[in-house]
Design a protein around this ligand. Structure first.
Ligand SMILES: [Zn+2]
Length: 279
């Protein structure tokens, strides 16, 4: 008799499209309404009918938050593929694909600019780059952004959108959790605010480190936020999870988040929060 048996059928993938699809028309993944794509983009990639939040890229996110032009820093950091890792594809190839798709060398874009007229550092994660996973480069870039905030006495925002630690870098990616958390402790000692913005999805090592360490943890509506994803939990406990489990609203109700804010009001809310902390 076998001790372990594999579940007969894998769980179906999530049916909804999370990014605004290409083309003239877009179908909302939540309400199934057919929408004119330009209307969705004009509405900050939020469905005008049901307020479903499509996923957006790091650069779009920075354009949306900063008042005007922003400057990227630490752009050129690249993973050295320390393990020479390959799964179904070599990791070096995945890095190249990610660069071609997103015009970034890794899954986070660090930038400085003005937010509500106040100089601010924002790190925005890029899900299209290997699932927004956190490896040595993300760890180093976020840490450097924190250190810049301490040196120049600036507030920090990190917009998380990540599947967690990057397994292709093994334990080195897990070490980033401790490294960033230690840097955030120094930011806290310098009495500078860190606002964490959690977007769909924020999971794994990112949730387990900086995404939950904000002075305020603010999430977008309906975002999947958790440590292990719902599919892994369902497969482990062999039970269906309650509706809304691991979504922002559920976490807000259970005291894990401070605010759930619609993307169209996110900027004004963050500006108001920074004013509370700094003025
Ligand atoms: Zn909709």
């Amino acid at each position: 008799m076998a001790w372990f048996r594999r579940a007969p059928a894998p769980l179906a993938p999530r049916p909804s499209e999370s990014r605004v699809p290409e083309g003239l028309w877009a179908k909302c993944g939540a309400c199934k309404e057919i929408l004119y794509r330009k209307d969705v983009l004009k509405n900050l990639s939020v469905c005008p009918k049901c307020a479903f939040h499509f996923r957006i890229g790091a650069r779009e996110r920075l354009d949306l938050l900063f008042d005007g032009a922003w400057q990227e820093f630490d752009r050129g950091l690249v993973s050295s593929d320390p393990l020479g890792f390959r799964d179904s594809k070599p990791y070096a190839g995945r890095l190249r694909d990610g660069k071609a798709k997103t015009d970034s060398y890794d899954a986070v874009v660090s930038a400085i600019g003005e937010l509500g007229g106040r100089r601010t550092v924002i790190c925005a994660m890029e899900y299209a780059f290997i699932g927004g996973s956190m490896g040595v480069v993300v760890g180093e870039k976020v840490t450097r952004a924190i250190e810049r905030c301490i040196d120049e006495r600036l507030p920090l925002l990190v917009v998380s959108c990540s599947g967690g630690a990057r397994m292709m870098e093994g334990t080195l990616s897990l070490m980033q959790m401790a490294k960033i958390s230690a840097a955030l402790a120094r930011l806290h000692e310098a009495r500078l605010p860190f606002l964490s913005i959690l977007t769909d999805p924020t999971t794994g090592g990112v949730t387990a480190s900086y995404a939950m360490l904000g002075d305020l943890n603010v999430a977008e509506p309906g975002a999947l936020i958790g440590f292990a994803g719902p599919r892994v939990i369902e497969q482990t406990i062999r039970q269906k999870l309650p509706a809304g489990f691991q979504r922002s609203e559920f976490l807000l109700q259970h005291g894990m988040l401070d605010l759930v804010v619609d993307r169209r009001e996110l900027k004004t809310t963050l500006v108001r929060c920074l004013r509370l902390f700094l003025d």
